[in-house]
Design a binder for this molecule. Structure first.
Ligand code: CP3
Length: 345
């Protein structure tokens, strides 16, 4: 029998994959490109689906019914943490996030609560428990959360904004309350990571999506220091994957956090990253999401380039450099799955 699924994923996380092909999963695989997701969206809002463990389970499983992927990421959002702390979120009609309030002064930070996170997010733990049970040993299950800095961007700005200028301004000019905010978010996230670990996730991805907004001299202070604290307080046996939009050389900054695995953006080159970060550092990602909007031949060609450049690498996970887009084609996902599954170094 060909090896795949959860065992392949776990072997790779330990740097021990000898099967000849990497495991494959895709972020936001449950997203808008699947007609079955869009038809659920006609009946329920995104937030209703996230908050219903049954619907979140269904959306998580949808792509696995179509594609022979090795792992699934729970359907949720990074913004559940601000909501649990007292700052809700919704979507603007024209696209983007709108928070129910924005942080303006110190008092707003004091009002945020880091208490009772597990109870407030029991809809996530309920979904994870159902999923762990449904997936059994067949597929790996990933949990996730945002980084403190990325969540602070939305919370200070009050929603999506080009460059998040209010967040950058606060970080630069009000250092002590910025640190107080990031400390609070970090504490809430540590509880959230422990909760997800207790539900049996095989790995957890931390999204530092707005990493590249930090001035390079402040990367550590604004973002990496807090991720490092999360990693220091996470259960020692839970593999963590840190993702950020960064270049080949920028990946070294992510490695400073002590993470087990790095989500490599498509702006970097994964084989060069490997030269700088030998096994057992797990490397994931790098395939440009836009490729999924082209055609099957092109997907095959681009996927093989990455597969060949990481041939026989025991700690490589095949994945996109970011989430799959709503306009991605199903035939392209099919081609990706076929290419990876039939690859044999
Ligand atoms: O496969 C999966 O379903 C994974 C689940 C997942 C979602 N969001 C579901 C989602 C994950 C891992 C995320 C992470 C997330 N959410 C991040 C970090 C990753 C990244 O993109 O860098 C961020 C920044 C968010 C916040 C967020 N949520 C944004 C910016 C958006 C897009 C808003 C818009 O204008 O379209 C969302 C919505 C969202 N999260 C969707 C999904 C499937 C689309 C919702 C829909 O329209 O149906």
């Amino acid at each position: 029998m060909k090896m795949g699924g959860r065992n392949l994923f776990l072997d790779t996380l330990r740097g021990k994959n000898k099967s000849g092909r990497p495991p494959l999963w895709v972020m936001r695989q449950a997203g808008r490109y699947l007609p079955e997701y869009r038809s659920l969206k006609e009946k329920y809002s995104f937030i209703e689906m996230v908050k219903s463990p049954d619907l979140a389970t269904e959306v998580t499983l949808q792509p696995l019914r179509r594609f022979d992927l090795d792992a699934a990421i729970v359907f949720s959002d990074i913004l559940v943490i601000p909501e649990a702390m007292g700052q809700g979120y919704d979507f603007r009609n024209g696209g983007g996030i709108e928070m129910t309030s924005k942080l303006i002064n110190q008092r707003d930070i004091e009002k945020l609560s880091e208490e009772d996170i597990e109870n407030k997010l029991s809809y996530v733990s309920d979904a994870l428990k159902i999923l762990r049970n449904e997936l059994g040993n067949k597929h790996a299950l990933l949990g996730f959360c945002g980084s403190p800095w990325t969540l602070a961007c939305y919370m200070i700005q009050g929603g999506s904004a080009n460059g998040f200028p209010k967040a950058l301004d606060w970080a630069k000019n009000h250092q002590s309350s910025f640190n107080q905010l990031l400390e609070k978010i970090t504490n809430a996230l540590i509880k959230y990571i422990k909760m997800q670990a207790n539900c049996g996730v095989d790995a957890l991805q931390i999204f530092d999506s707005w990493h590249n907004l930090c001035p390079s001299s402040q990367l550590w202070e604004y973002s990496l220091k807090w991720i490092t604290k999360m990693i220091d307080h996470a259960p020692g046996d839970l593999p963590l994957i840190v993702y950020a939009n960064t270049s080949t050389s920028g990946v070294s900054n992510l490695a400073r956090t002590g993470t087990n695995a790095i989500g490599v953006h498509h702006g970097a080159e994964i084989a060069l990253v490997r030269q700088q970060h030998p096994v057992p550092m797990v490397l994931q990602g790098n395939l440009a999401p836009e490729i999924m909007e082209t055609d099957a031949d092109n997907v095959m060609h681009e996927a093989i380039k990455i597969l060949d450049s990481m041939k026989n690498d025991p700690a490589h996970i095949m994945n996109l450099g970011h989430g799959i887009k709503p306009i991605a084609k199903i035939e392209c996902m099919d081609a990706l799955v076929r290419t990876v599954l039939s690859y044999n170094a």
